[in-house]
Design a protein around this ligand. Structure first.
Ligand SMILES: [Zn+2]
Length: 367
């Protein structure tokens, strides 16, 4: 895909179907260049002629609009979370063509993890034998299995050898952050902090996702808070995620209110009770806020990135935790550091959407 082709696709993606004249304007092309690129992309069935809608002061061939073809550039996104694995096939316009979910097993080795991913993908491909797939993006938590190997690199190499299309692999929270940056058309630095089984951080800096030398950036989960604390899945003791995660919050809610519900419903209720000032719920939130503030202070002191999006399955009152985090941060930061923490309910589909973007970035000129 040439740079000019990527520019055309990107402008159609963000602005909707365009005429050649509009493509000239948005891409800063001459008329001859726009005509050439449109015909190249149309011939490859990546964009398609959508008709000549009546427009003010425009008629004839100049009013012909082109859109990205719904059948072209199909990419499969695979989100392997600790408990469940979700696959979604979409086109470049992010329209879901098919999706399915299955349970994630407990992996006993890197080979087991690779076999699970491969067999799941093989099963999917055999269900759609005539589909032209552009690529597969896979996202996994960095510590889904304890190993000293660089599992992102290893899995990419091994799966690329076995599968008939390009494969990209990244960490689950980085891919969430990638999709968020893409959907916001972000150019300003920001951090995403997700609270699920672990505390993950996505770092968007200088128009890029920062991955780290060994693709292990953002593991706030594994900052040691208590050296004598409980064992963590990373092999150490007393990591931040052994003190605060969504399961711990739910467990405390269950104990305090002697009630059982689904994890999400319980968390929504906990945050709603805290928002209405119930002291037991507030106590749980305040304790969580203190642990989180210790972690966030490291990010703010080291990175000096001012905007943090905090996400979890906490419902409409999830933002109640923010003021408690801010109060705790006063102890850990100095006054010159300015920051903003914005709560957003976690969007599960961002994980597979981010996984697909690992492939789509080769087709767009936005990053
Ligand atoms: Zn750990």
């Amino acid at each position: 895909m040439t740079t000019n082709e990527k520019r055309v696709l990107t402008q159609i993606l963000y602005n909707g179907p365009l005429t050649k004249k509009e493509i000239c304007k948005y891409c800063s092309f001459s008329w001859a260049t726009a005509v050439k690129i449109v015909s190249q992309l149309e011939r490859r069935k990546i964009i398609t002629f959508k008709g000549t809608p009546r427009r003010k002061n425009v008629s004839g061939k100049d009013s012909a609009v082109y859109d990205i073809s719904s059948e072209a550039l199909l990419v499969l996104g695979m989100d392997v979370e600790y408990h469940r694995t979700h696959l979604a096939l979409t086109n470049l316009k992010d329209e879901i063509i098919t999706e399915f979910t299955l349970d994630t097993p407990v992996f006993t080795s890197v080979e087991h993890l690779e076999l699970f991913i491969y067999q799941t993908l093989e099963r999917f491909l055999s269900m759609h034998p005539n589909m032209e797939l552009t690529g597969i993006g896979i996202v996994i938590p960095s510590f889904i299995i304890q190993t000293e190997q660089n599992i992102f690199q290893l899995l990419k190499e091994n799966l690329s050898r076995k599968l008939p299309v390009p494969v990209q692999i990244d960490n689950i929270v980085r891919s969430y952050t990638l999709y968020k940056a893409h959907s916001m058309l972000a150019h300003e630095n920001f951090l995403v902090v997700t609270i699920r089984s672990g505390i993950g951080v996505g770092i968007f800096v200088n128009d890029r996702i920062f991955r780290g030398d060994d693709m292990l950036s953002g593991e706030l989960s594994h900052v040691t808070i208590d050296r004598q604390g409980e064992f963590c899945r990373c092999g150490k003791r007393g990591c931040l995620e052994t003190k605060i995660n969504q399961h711990i919050l739910y467990q405390k809610y269950e104990e305090a209110y002697q009630t059982a519900s689904s994890l999400e419903a319980g968390l929504h209720d906990l945050f709603s009770k805290a928002a209405s000032g119930e002291s037991a719920a507030l106590g749980i939130i305040e304790e969580a806020a203190d642990y989180l503030a210790r972690g966030l202070s490291l990010l703010l002191l080291i990175l000096n990135i001012n905007r943090i999006y905090l996400s979890g399955h906490f419902g409409a009152h999830g933002d109640v935790i923010i003021k408690h985090i801010q109060r705790q941060l006063e102890k850990y930061l100095y006054a010159r550091i300015s920051y903003e923490i914005i709560y957003e309910p976690l969007q599960e589909h961002y994980f597979t959407s981010g996984a697909r973007l690992l492939i789509y970035t080769d087709y767009l000129d936005y990053r």
